[in-house]
Design a protein. Structure first.
Length: 91
């Protein structure tokens, strides 16, 4: 299975890092590393995340990592990371 990040998901990572870095550069870097590691692990078990029926017929799922939500889509043999954010964000 292949892994691809959408431009919006990459922008979300940059936004989170930019927000956290002024307070604690090391913590911001650790968070980005943690959030980018999860999709790699999903490649082995891509359907472990909760399926979001409102996106039918697409197979969009979500997984929670601490206080962050990662949304991803499975299309054939490719896992696309769609978006990610803190669960306190108004989404």
């Amino acid at each position: 299975m292949d892994l691809k990040w959408t431009s919006k998901a990459l922008s979300d990572l940059v936004r989170l890092h930019t927000f956290l870095a002024p307070a604690n550069q090391q913590a911001a870097a650790r968070l980005v590393r943690s959030l980018t590691a999860v999709p790699v692990r999903l490649l082995e078990h891509p359907r472990i995340g909760e399926k979001l029926d409102e996106f039918e017929p697409r197979e969009v799922r979500r997984i929670l990592v601490d206080r962050y939500e990662i949304r991803y889509e499975i299309q054939g043999s490719t896992l696309y990371v769609l978006r990610l954010w803190h669960t306190r964000d108004d989404r």
